[in-house]
Ligand binder design. Sequence first.
Ligand code: ZN
Ligand code: FE
Length: 251
Amino acid sequence: MPLTVRQFPCLSDNYGFLLRDEASGAVATVDTPDAERILSELSDSGWGRLDYVLNTHWHPDHAGGNARLKAETGCTVLGPEEVRRIEAPLDRVLAGGETVMLGETAFRVLATPGHTLGHIAYVSDSDGMAFVGDTLFALGCGRLFEGTAEQMWASLQTLAALPPQTRVYCAHEYTESNARFALSVDAAPLTAERAEQVFEARRRGDWTVPTTIAAERAANPFLRAPALALPGETDAAAFARLRAAKDSFKG
Ligand code: ZN
Ligand code: FE
């Protein structure tokens, strides 16, 4: 039986995701941007329980609600060791290559360092869903706070290799500014088309998350680093140049 995803905005530009394994009724939250908001969504959902927190990385807008949610619901917190840096509760340390079960739904844990060194993503192959935290965004990618450009490029390639129809649940609604940057570095018609769709969606107030691996491979300038490379530039160097340009982009 499938997984149901309940997505909702949190804080200024985060998304919260509550996941329910329909076979068992088990419920998880991906990250804990805002404990109050997650608890109120949980109550609106009628799902009646919270079994797990699945953290992607240690940043407070991802793990800052762990303690409150654990105290309120008794849930088990899973995530990378680095979550302990903010003294957030963590019951089981996860690393790339492991599998975690939410009822009958299996999530593969992928190591996706770059934004932070311990960053992980969760993939349900059977549902074709990937929860990627701050690694891959719609038309963008996370900032390199801790890792190197080479690490982030490898992480993005790991995600890009997922099946094209995979739905990608990014942790932030950054797409409009990402689209402006994409237009500044990539003249491909598909990029212009996608950017226009994004601007229209945001004018209507629609979310641009989830996206898909196919859509990102087609128009995300960071995944398109090889196509945007200068003569003689390696793919990782092209990625590093694009990421640095985005950091100083005033769009
Ligand atoms: Zn972050
Ligand atoms: Fe974040």
